[in-house]
Unconditional design. Structure first.
Length: 197
């Protein structure tokens, strides 16, 4: 989950209303008497002035009174983290990939290499990425955990919105293996990543 703040919002220049604004990796959401969700790709203008975040888009404009957080949110919207940033892939880390990554994200290996992380076929690693297409495959988590170095993390990558595997099944399998789910990230348009430590 991203950052969430209580604030006042002004939607399409109407009177301000109280609610909660939420900043995620690729969208802004406001929940109050009126609700809106706008993805970063829809935005035509982003500006922070005097503690107010101003968003221009087809259904807007919207002004969110965020105080000191307005500047920070504007920077994050204008410079969203890359997939490599979200997944914690850094230079020098040892990474393992288990499953059919090339089927749905052929550039993933290349992106890891460009970060100067080491993709290892075997041995212990700091980050292990496991692509699971069906809930039956989740039984492997218990054994895969043994491949992590101390302080390492296991990311389970699974398809979105399919009956063969659901988020709750991924969470339950990780917990049954003695791990804790700590983060969820958008891996691609079709897949989600869930991090366990």
């Amino acid at each position: 989950m991203g950052q969430e703040l209580e604030c006042k919002a002004r939607i399409r220049r109407r009177a301000a209303m109280e609610g909660k604004a939420q900043l995620e990796t690729d969208f802004v959401l406001f929940r109050g008497p009126e609700r809106f969700k706008v993805s970063f790709s829809e935005l035509t203008g982003v500006k922070a002035e005097g503690g107010v975040l101003k968003l221009e888009f087809a259904g807007g404009p919207v002004e969110l009174e965020l105080g000191a957080a307005a500047e920070k949110w504007a920077r994050k919207i204008l410079n969203p983290p890359s997939l490599m940033d979200k997944l914690g892939i850094k230079s020098g880390l040892t990474v393992r990939l288990i499953g059919g990554f090339d089927e749905f994200e052929p550039g993933f290996r290349k992106d890891i290499s460009e970060r100067q992380a080491v993709v290892a076929a075997k041995g212990k690693c700091e980050l292990l990425f496991f692509a699971a297409g069906r809930s039956a495959e989740l039984e492997r988590i218990r054994k895969l955990k043994a491949n992590l170095k101390p302080g390492g993390a296991l990311w389970v990558i699974y398809p979105k919105g399919v009956p063969e595997i659901k988020e709750i099944e991924v969470i339950q399998a990780g917990r049954a293996a003695g791990m804790k789910d700590v983060k969820v990230a958008r891996f691609s348009a079709t897949h989600t990543a869930l991090k366990f430590v």
